[in-house]
Design a protein around this ligand. Sequence first.
Ligand code: PMT
Length: 400
Amino acid sequence: MPTLKGKQIVLGVCGGIAAYKAVELLRLLTKAGAIVSVVMTRNACEFVTPLTFQTLSYNPVHTDMFDLYQEKEIGHISLADKADLCVVVPATANIIGKLGAGIADDLLSTTLMATKAPIVLAPSMNVNMYESAAVQHNMQVLFQRGFHLIEPDVGALACGWDGKGKLPAPAHILAWVERIATPADLAGQRILVTAGPTREELDPARCLTNYSSGKMGYAIARAAWQRGAEVVLVSGPTALEAPVGIRRVGVKSALDMHAAVMRELPWATVVIKAAAVADYRPCSTASQKIKKKNAAMSIELEPNPDILAEIGAQKTTQVVIGFAAETHDLLHHAQDKLKRKNLDMIVANDITAIGAGFDIETNVVKLLHADGRVENLPQQSKASVAHALLDRVCALLGSN
Ligand code: PMT
């Protein structure tokens, strides 16, 4: 699974109020195993002390190109050379202007000018500054030169204005850093993922549903985007946040999911259906809450469309992968679904096994291939299962 473990990252911090959020990003980067060297501009030190970054990075903080000790021990060129990736948070109008114009007059601008590593800029400033012709022009220039620019959020700004210029959440910036640091072996692919449960409404207060949390499908969507794919996530109701960079289409019932998936299908080169779709729905939905009676009651159900079977029946060049959630005869039932739904692969999980199935962080799966191969994967995080699955997707795309 691609990770930031052991990666050398230069975190540049500029003088903006959002500098405090760079502290949280630093924590996320070190938690992910990255080795972080922090370079602060003189103005950044007015907002947050170097000691904070030094304590949390476990490394000396670099602030001054002309400090004899810092330059002898590390040196700006060696910082530039050893970086696997540089990320600047917040990227002010000043650093954006300097990089655009080729000005290297302090340690950060010099390091960024001298590095061959990818550079990620997270601009954050007053909305009028952000929208100014100069900043827009400089960002355009940097984008064309291959810099990675993370779009600021819109919202209430520290300067009192409302508008575009807010630094995105550190977790959002981390997701971009992970994507840029990961080999883009799925670049050019358009992946449609489904996740979560469906809800089949009985009346305005009740529904038939299942225990799917969406964690497995969301992990796949996140991993595919990290590896360079464009991703659309059709999601049943879950408590999860929309993953960064991904277009999420929210649905409720199996019929909604069917409509959304069929709409997106022509766009996709790969389809991965991790959603737990209800096989049946009530024949009718009461418009008012069904009242209790002192007698047995039954609910009449009718079948929902089998979305995956429909996709399998019409597939030509697409790679199509399903999941099978079983409680018994796992291989037998998964094999049957693989054939019947005309899939390239099915991911079989025994939802009664420890560490597998609904609403937990791990899964234990068997990968059944159309050519008869069966792979048994050990218990691992859903993120790690997602990457293992995508390794197989790459192989399938290569052999198509
Ligand atoms: O969401 P989590 O809490 O992380 O849990 C993950 C999971 C257990 C839900 C997931 O790993 C999983 O197994 N998803 C598939 C569950 C399921 O509905 O399996 P199934 O055997 O009923 O369906 C087989 C396949 O056909 C699935 O890919 C399903 O999306 C698809 N299907 C099923 C019924 C239907 N009407 N339309 C479909 O497309």
